[in-house]
Design a binder for this molecule. Sequence first.
Ligand code: 5GP
Length: 184
Amino acid sequence: MKELRNRQQIQIGDRIFEKYLNRDTIRARIQELGREISIDYRDKDPLFVIVLNGAFMFAADLLRATSLECELQFVKLSSYSGTSSTGQVKQIIGLPETLKARHVIIVEDIVDTGKTIMSMITDLAAHDPASVSIATLLLKPDCLLFELESTYVGFEIPDAFVIGYGLDLDGRARNLCDIYQVVS
Ligand code: 5GP
């Protein structure tokens, strides 16, 4: 990874990315989301279902921004390879034994077409939870193919590939503290 133009751009392989959301902006928005979720889920003992790998950094900050008695569970699935969607949605691995009557909040890094999240919601619904909502750091409204209800959104962003703050390019760049958008 090479930094260019006063750290406003980085190069990974032959791709150039430009800084799009800086860490302070991200932190401030997550604090707001945390406060909102804390009010909505007071006394509901929610279960945060955190989708690995992309949501690990967002989840760590979001959960610390809440003041809730809650549980969390990491799950795994993946639908992306490189910078274009494969359209494949895999199964959820690692769900708790029972979700019956639980208030579930799925924590995602990004919702693009919405296929991944819709397939998760369908899977979770089969476990009879009390409710299912979504907390996603990023949403690409122009790509969304479904109506999403009960969604906490950090930022709505245009249809361009982003990396950093948990989001990867072929497994790399997740450790960047800021979010970068592809330039070329
Ligand atoms: P969807 O099923 O909503 O089309 O895609 C969701 C998944 O695709 C996300 O969980 C994420 O792994 C990946 N994804 C979608 N857009 C981007 C992007 O701009 N950057 C990165 N790094 N991953 C993305």
